[in-house]
Design a protein around this ligand. Structure first.
Ligand code: TYD
Ligand code: MG
Length: 482
């Protein structure tokens, strides 16, 4: 029999070649190609039953494939229009990020740093799901005893006692055996913890390599779609901050969720990076307690200081998906003792801070290039949107001049390079959240058209066209005092 030609697969990007190269032609990485032997390298799986196992019948695996026929779009639409029966994970926060619950047959990747709480989140959700449907929890990293131990330690969402009726536990790392169990049990939901720990015997590369992750996820996906099992895959984040098996899995799955948080703080953020069944950038908030994760029902309180206004702090309203959060920013501006001043930012892009400092220097004549500037967002939240600009500028100026913002004031607005304030989206939502938390003044860009709404919320609306006007109105800043 002719020996099949080897295939080389890049461990970084998944590109395949028939010949060995020192450098991958796909991503340019050096020494990333690994030889892949056997027929599995071309993506087709051999399904060999283990020795001694009875031959499988009736699952359709060996039957000739039935080709899919085109269907009239109306007929497809009617089945889609039936309200999708989403499964509730037990956590309203998790359901929101999923777009209203877990869709049957969906493939969801949950990524995050090791130790952040992915297994805890999914085990607690499994507890809630198992009360109404069948769940298979495949633990490839921990033994069944370890999972059971954790299980008895956790409080299921909703406060009920753990019930294990619909939950099956499997501690297994061999893909073939996991597939067999999935096929035999046909659960409504299967959780694989984690995809990097699974391995396929037919591939020579190590578990966790791109080829393994891709092959394992692909085989699981094909089976899950066929039998309408919702699959939740746990994926670890690599040193570079990417979901391992880099972009390979993101194409394959229906939703990519990331679980993040400050390891030194107890709260955790669940975000949807991609979601075929819901909005992206949706945010779910949890707190890690001694009996597992609990939902945070009033998130703004997490990101607000509790000491009242202080010099160098400003409060903004950030929007994450459909949710608005009142967040406190703190700045420290002090005379520099270096040739080039130090700037650090936690929770806001450093380039954004540089830009805001440059605008303040140029358009308000503040000599900030002679000062160090440190900026932090309270509670470890990452605020990416430019609507935070005005708050950053106010915190910096407040620290520079030792001013305290009047209590109960929020600032929202994007800063243009010319010092002008630009309108921001979802302003009404932001004002509602500020009013709900007892804020009484809001500094916003001019032309918002929300005067009547603000009056209804008992909120004093201060509209400004430029950053200087906003700081005079909101902070009582005196431009001539330097
Ligand atoms: P885990 O879910 O194992 O993380 P991952 O699967 O993402 O690697 O969470 C482990 C961390 O959570 C660990 O540092 C201990 C902490 N933890 C609690 O604080 N309380 C709890 O009830 C549990 C189960 C874990
Ligand atoms: Mg884990």
């Amino acid at each position: 029999m002719a020996r099949s030609a080897p295939t080389f697969i890049c461990q970084a990007c998944g590109a395949q070649t028939r010949q060995f190269f020192g450098r991958c032609h796909g991503c340019g990485g050096w020494n990333t190609l690994v030889e892949q032997s056997g027929p599995a390298a071309d993506g087709r799986r051999r399904r060999a039953a283990p020795e001694g196992a009875p031959a499988r019948t009736g699952t359709g695996e060996k039957a000739a494939p039935v080709p899919g026929r085109p269907r009239r779009s109306e007929s497809i639409l009617t089945s889609v229009e039936r309200p999708l029966q989403r499964l509730a994970s037990g956590f309203a926060e998790f359901d929101r990020v999923l777009g209203g619950g877990l869709v049957p047959g969906a493939l969801v990747l949950v990524g995050g740093d090791p130790g952040i709480g992915k297994s805890t989140l999914l085990l607690q959700s499994a507890q809630a799901l198992a009360a109404t449907t069948s769940v298979l929890y495949v633990s490839a990293e921990e033994s069944a005893q370890q999972v059971r131990l954790r299980w008895s330690r956790l409080a299921p969402p909703g406060g009920a006692e753990p019930v294990g009726a619909g939950l099956q536990l499997l501690a297994e790392t061999d893909l073939e055996l996991v597939l067999q169990e999935l096929e035999a049990l046909r659960p409504a939901v299967a959780i694989i913890d984690s995809i990097q720990a699974l391995h396929d015997d037919q591939l020579s590369s190590a578990p966790g390599s791109v080829a393994q992750v891709r092959e394992c996820a692909g085989a699981l996906q094909r089976l899950a779609k066929r039998q309408d099992t919702a699959l939740l895959l746990v994926g670890h984040v690599t040193k570079e901050g990417m979901l391992a098996g880099p972009k390979v899995l993101e194409h394959l799955v229906d939703a990519v969720l990331t679980f993040e948080g400050d390891r030194f703080a107890s709260h955790r953020l669940l975000r949807a990076v991609k979601n075929r069944f819901g909005a992206t950038h949706e945010l779910g908030l949890f707190e890690m307690r001694d009996r597992g994760l609990a939902e945070v029902t009033n998130p703004s309180e997490l990101f607000l200081g509790h000491d009242g206004p202080a010099a160098g702090t400003a409060t903004i309203v950030a929007c994450e998906g459909t949710r608005s959060l009142v967040v406190e920013l703190q700045a420290l501006v002090s005379t520099t003792s270096y040739a080039s001043p130090r700037r650090t930012a936690t929770g806001i892009g450093i380039n954004r801070l540089h830009q805001i400092l440059a605008v303040l220097e140029k358009h308000m004549g503040l000599p900030l290039s002679r000062f160090d500037c440190y900026l932090a967002v309270a509670g470890g939240l990452d605020v990416e949107e430019p609507a935070a600009d005005l708050g950053v500028a106010a915190a910096v100026v407040a620290s520079y001049r030792d001013l305290t913002l009047p209590a109960g004031t929020v600032l929202v607005g994007e800063l243009g390079l010319g010092g002008q304030l630009r309108p921001v989206g979802q302003l009404e939502l932001r004002l509602q959240e500020a009013a709900r938390l007892g804020f009484r003044r809001a500094v916003v860009p001019r032309g918002s058209g929300l005067g009547a709404i603000a009056a209804g919320l008992d909120l004093q609306l201060l509209e400004a066209g430029t950053v200087a006007e906003a700081l005079v109105a909101g902070l009582g800043f005196d431009p001539a005092a330097d």
